[in-house]
Ligand binder design. Structure first.
Ligand code: RFL
Ligand code: PHB
Length: 389
């Protein structure tokens, strides 16, 4: 086989890149290890920055999001019973969209089907070859047969555990990592959300989050020790712990119900540099991970795709290599700012096991400062709604 760009990974990064490139007349093949149903069943992000919303519209996949997404003009941060509203709209003129990653992915698959692009599922043992030569190629196994695709470029959109990052020689890579000593236990339930806006709750019992997917579908999280297993958490235990951590005026409106999904995700900050190795580019979770506290994971994947799709179109259609050469530095500059924000939000809102008495006082003081200073709220809002691309 032959194509212009092989895209390894059919998650949100890979699908959006394929969508944008094909619309510009660039030929791609997406290689995805899992089945489409599996990709669509992973419950993950829920908050889209305004720049992400614009990108999805520009990619021609905005219609269902416009109809079913929920535009939020603010969110709450709380410390025990103190609630601080961050009014994004007033502070920045912008808002965020609540629309699940599963829906974004479903819209992208539908658009790709309509365009007739090539997405191969169930591929195994992807190997990326000769990306520092003028003739790169990718091999993989599908249905027991080894296959080869010759191409001009390879986009590594295969997530944190993918093969793309490992293709860059270890002595040419630099990795930066911070692992947090807790995880998030998430629960999805067919109940009306306890708040009409997202609530990031800091409490003496640890962090909790109120989020949603629709007016009748709630998504909640509680901070848990890394040693906890999902089986340790009955639905009853989850609801009890959640209401202990939320301000009384939020907890009192909470409607409980059976869980549809429950899972634990560890929290980590991770960046691998550079993002380019010859004709191979790393995109999204393949290159970086943020703790979910700032809602930046999916949004960063989209900004990487923004820089890369322009770079590849310029290279393939206009023979202009400037975007390809600048990709790593341009994307990393934005990535590190989102890393900082996600790390800061995580430190501001979580209880760290074994911490001293000073730490909760710092969190409380940060929250009081936010309550009293419009400058502090504007800074948070500007980062939350998303820094410019
Ligand atoms: P993805 O979504 O991981 O997609 C990568 C795709 O590549 C496939 N793949 C391979 N395909 C072929 N060959 C291989 N060797 C392959 N290895 C992997 C995988 O099957 C998969 O389909 O990365 P992408 O596209 O960069 O998208 C990034 C986002 O998914 C991610 O940043 C966010 O979901 C992060 N994230 C969250 N972000 C938020 O903003 N808010 C959240 O609440 C939130 N919750 C989460 C999350 C990530 C989680 N993970 C990765 C464990 C919760 C979880 C559990
Ligand atoms: C979610 O709705 O899943 C969600 C919302 C905000 C976050 C993280 C996750 O910061």
């Amino acid at each position: 086989m032959k194509t212009e760009v092989v895209i390894v990974g059919g998650g949100p990064s890979g699908l959006l890149l394929s969508q944008l490139l094909n619309r510009a007349g660039v030929d791609t093949i997406v290689l995805e290890r899992a089945s489409r149903d599996h990709v669509l069943s992973r419950i993950r992000a829920g908050v889209l920055e305004s720049g992400t919303v614009e990108m999805l519209r520009a990619a021609g996949v905005g219609a269902r999001m416009e109809r079913d997404g929920m535009e939020h003009e603010g969110c709450y941060l709380t410390d025990d019973d103190l609630m601080v509203r961050i009014n994004f709209h007033e502070l920045t003129g912008k808002s965020v969209m609540i629309y699940g990653q599963t829906e974004v992915t479903a819209d992208l698959y539908a658009a790709q089907d309509a365009m007739g692009t090539t997405i191969l599922h169930g591929v195994e043992d992807v190997a990326i070859h000769d990306v520092t030569s003028s003739a790169p190629y990718v091999e993989f196994t599908q249905g027991g047969a080894r296959q080869r695709i010759d191409c001009a470029y390879v986009a590594g959109c295969d997530g944190f555990h993918g093969v793309s990052r490992q293709t860059i020689p270890a002595d040419k890579r630099r990795e930066f990592e911070r692992v947090y000593p807790f995880g998030w236990l998430g629960l999805l339930s067919r109940t009306p959300p306890a708040s009409d806006e997202i609530v990031y709750a800091n409490s003496t019992h640890g962090f909790a989050l109120v989020s949603m997917r629709s007016p009748s579908l709630s998504r909640y999280y509680v901070q848990v020790p890394l040693t906890d297993k999902v089986e340790d958490w009955s639905d009853d235990r989850f609801w009890e712990e959640l209401s202990r951590r939320l301000p009384q005026q939020v907890a009192q409106d909470m409607v409980t119900g059976p869980s549809i999904e429950k899972s634990i995700a560890p929290l980590r900050s991770f960046v691998s540099e550079p993002l380019r190795w010859g004709s191979l580019f790393l995109v999204g979770d393949a290159a970086h991970i943020v703790p979910p506290t700032g809602a930046k994971g999916l949004n960063l994947a989209v900004s990487d795709v923004f820089y890369l799709h322009q770079a590849l179109i310029d290279a393939l259609k206009r023979n202009d290599m400037s975007g390809v050469e600048a990709y790593s530095d341009r994307a990393l500059a934005r990535i590190w700012k989102a890393m900082r924000f996600s790390w800061q939000m995580t430190a501001m809102l979580h209880r760290f096991e074994g911490e001293d008495d000073f730490a909760p006082q710092m969190r409380k003081a940060t929250m009081l400062h936010l309550a009293q200073s419009e400058t502090a709220r504007r800074d948070l809002a500007e980062n939350y709604i998303g820094l410019p691309f």
